[in-house]
Write a protein that binds this ligand. Structure first.
Ligand SMILES: CC(C)(COP(=O)(O)OP(=O)(O)OC[C@H]1O[C@@H](n2cnc3c(N)ncnc32)[C@H](O)[C@@H]1OP(=O)(O)O)[C@@H](O)C(=O)NCCC(=O)NCCS
Length: 139
């Protein structure tokens, strides 16, 4: 399996993948318009690919104070392989370091709190939409 990081310049070719990416997220299906906007403008898009099949993806956006994980999803097949989500999150940590940002955050997430806890993320806020979590990055 390889992790591919797409620069903003290369994003046009990813738009055809939107239906595949939507399917990957289980019952939480991201809106097409939302994905379109993120694919075009988010600072970082990662794909986990094996034999030309996308098994997972991560969308992150560079903010002034932190790197925001906008979305991470692994396909049903990818979840059987184990470790793909963890690998994508580790690559996001190296990206935060590259940007010299001290923190990674994810907002209003409700489905996979246990997954992030295993990666040492802690809760810092909670509202009706879910919990917000963060992790300090040693630059
Ligand atoms: C959450 C998700 C990205 C994790 O990816 P993954 O490749 O399955 O995760 P990993 O194989 O790296 O799992 C690492 C650990 O987290 C655990 N874990 C995985 N998904 C979990 C979840 N939803 N809740 C709690 N723990 C979870 C695994 O069991 C594993 O534990 P272990 O180390 O004790 O075996 C993936 O399951 C997914 O896409 N889920 C649907 C969409 C979603 O919930 N996205 C996140 C919210 S936006």
């Amino acid at each position: 399996m390889e992790i591919i990081r797409y620069s903003v310049k290369e994003r046009g070719k990813l738009l055809k993948d939107i239906p595949v990416l939507q399917k990957m997220c289980g019952y939480f299906t991201p809106l097409e318009e939302w994905l379109l906007e993120k694919i075009k403008n988010a600072s970082d898009i990662l794909y986990a690919v094996k034999e030309n099949e996308i098994l997972g993806f991560l969308i992150a956006d560079k903010k002034e104070t932190h790197l925001e994980i906008e979305l991470i999803c692994v396909s049903i097949k990818g979840r059987e392989i184990k470790g793909i989500g963890t690998t994508l999150m580790k690559v996001a940590e190296t990206i935060a370091k590259e940007y010299r940002l001290p923190e990674i955050r994810l907002d209003a997430q409700f489905e996979a709190e246990g997954f992030y806890k295993k990666l040492n993320y802690t809760n810092y806020a909670r509202d009706d939409h879910g919990v917000s979590m963060k992790k300090a990055i040693n630059a």
